[in-house]
Design a protein around this ligand. Structure first.
Ligand code: NAD
Ligand code: UDP
Ligand code: UDP
Length: 330
């Protein structure tokens, strides 16, 4: 706590998609926010609006190296999250998860801070249990191309629980399921951003496999609300806690919905399914509902509308916007 009673919160990966929304929420609530990022996939632009906020500070730093600061709470979000980004330099991905976790836990231990880990549904791998509950141990290929991310995140969870048992640290582990919204990267290959950008440009929609695989998409504001509630929960609640939307849809249905919402002329084309692509994914969010009083509020239609508007504005900056042309707005 600062001398005047203000909570000092550090967000690693704070210039990324989720991190920038979290920084905004925390700053709006009156916390002192230290955003730490090495800009590997995040950008200063994502937090540009916050630059003038008196409680906000941006620090360029790679969390695989030690960091000495004084804070009360740490949200550890630093890690590339999309397969294209995390597979670009897989060794660095594992280092970020594992060395990064060790450094953030060491820091939390020294300053007695509470520390939250942004874990992932990927710890369940390609699951045999459906929907996934927190007590399911998962089915991960330890030597596959997704392993740098999945196993890195699993090892980070191990470290969090060992620091909890061994050093009595106050920890929180959130297992985040597919989340979407404004400030997703337009080129990171994730399905929502890919389909929206392709649809707005009237380019072919790339459907991997038969499109019958399912995902459950959570709107970013709902997810951030879950993270903040988890951090504020009693110390006994360590998690892991699933955070995600439990409405499941097939990837083909998602493609069709986005084409319709953007009035796109894009055809849907089939592409090969990537290796180890999970067939089904849906969180069981009973624990989050019971322990945090958390529920998602944003229907897919509404979240997609806001995300489409974001990408339409983004494309408009670089080229004539297909939506603007379609509506005659210029
Ligand atoms: P993102 O790529 O937009 O954000 C990650 C941020 O971490 C970026 O700003 C990047 O520059 C930064 N970063 C990467 N390596 C770093 C390092 N070594 N040191 C400092 N900063 C570093 O991804 P996101 O979607 O915002 O994901 C944030 C976190 O949430 C990640 O840990 C991710 O694994 C987790 N997560 C996200 C989702 C999702 O659907 N978006 C799902 C599950 C888990
Ligand atoms: N660490 C850090 N900031 C701190 C305290 C520790 O980055 O304020 C790093 C430190 O470099 C160390 C790691 O966290 O490698 C783990 O710290 P811990 O105290 O648990 O272990 P030790 O220092 O004994 O290796
Ligand atoms: N996907 C797709 N076309 C794309 C991008 C992704 O069909 O252009 C599929 C992908 O194969 C997966 C699902 O959409 O089945 C979600 O992919 P994403 O990379 O967004 O998330 P993850 O696989 O990590 O859940």
């Amino acid at each position: 706590m600062r001398g005047d009673g203000v909570t000092r919160v550090m967000v690693t990966g704070g210039a990324g998609f989720l991190g920038s929304h979290l920084c905004e929420r925390l700053a709006a609530e009156g916390s002192d926010v230290l955003c730490v990022d090495n800009f590997y996939t995040g950008t200063k632009r994502n937090v540009a609006k916050l630059a003038k906020h008196p409680g906000f500070e941006l620090m360029r730093h790679d969390i695989t190296f030690p960091l000495y600061v004084e804070v009360d709470e740490i949200y550890n979000l630093a890690c590339p999250a999309s397969p294209i980004h995390y597979q670009f330099d897989p060794v660095q991905t594992t280092k970020t998860s594992v060395h990064g976790a060790i450094n953030m836990l060491g820091l939390a231990k020294r300053v007695k801070a509470k520390v939250l880990q942004a874990s992932t549904s990927e710890v369940y791998g390609d699951p045999e249990v459906h929907p996934q509950r927190e007590d399911y141990w998962g089915r991960v290929n330890p030597i596959g191309t997704r392993a740098c991310y999945d196993e890195g995140k699993r090892c980070a969870e191990t470290l969090f629980f060992d620091y909890y048992r061994q050093h009595k640290l106050r920890i929180k582990v959130a297992r985040i399921f597919n989340t979407y919204g404004p400030r997703m990267h337009p080129n990171d290959g994730r399905v929502v951003s890919n389909f929206i950008v392709q649809a707005l440009r009237h380019e072919p929609i790339t459907l991997y496999g038969d499109g019958q695989q399912t995902r459950s998409f959570c709107y970013v504001d709902d997810l951030i609300d879950g993270l903040v509630r988890l951090m504020g929960s009693p110390d006994e609640l360590t998690g892991p806690v699933n955070l995600g939307n439990s409405t499941e849809i097939t990837v083909l249905e998602l493609a069709e919905r986005i084409v319709a919402m953007t009035h796109s002329r894009s055809p849907i084309v089939r592409k090969p399914l990537p290796a180890d692509d999970p067939r089904q994914r849906q969180p069981d969010t009973t624990l989050a509902e019971r322990a945090l009083g958390w529920r998602t509020k944003t229907p897919l239609e509404e979240g997609l509308k806001r995300t489409i508007t974001y990408f339409d504005d983004l494309l408009r900056e670089g080229e004539p916007s297909p939506l603007a042309v379609a509506s005659g707005a210029g």
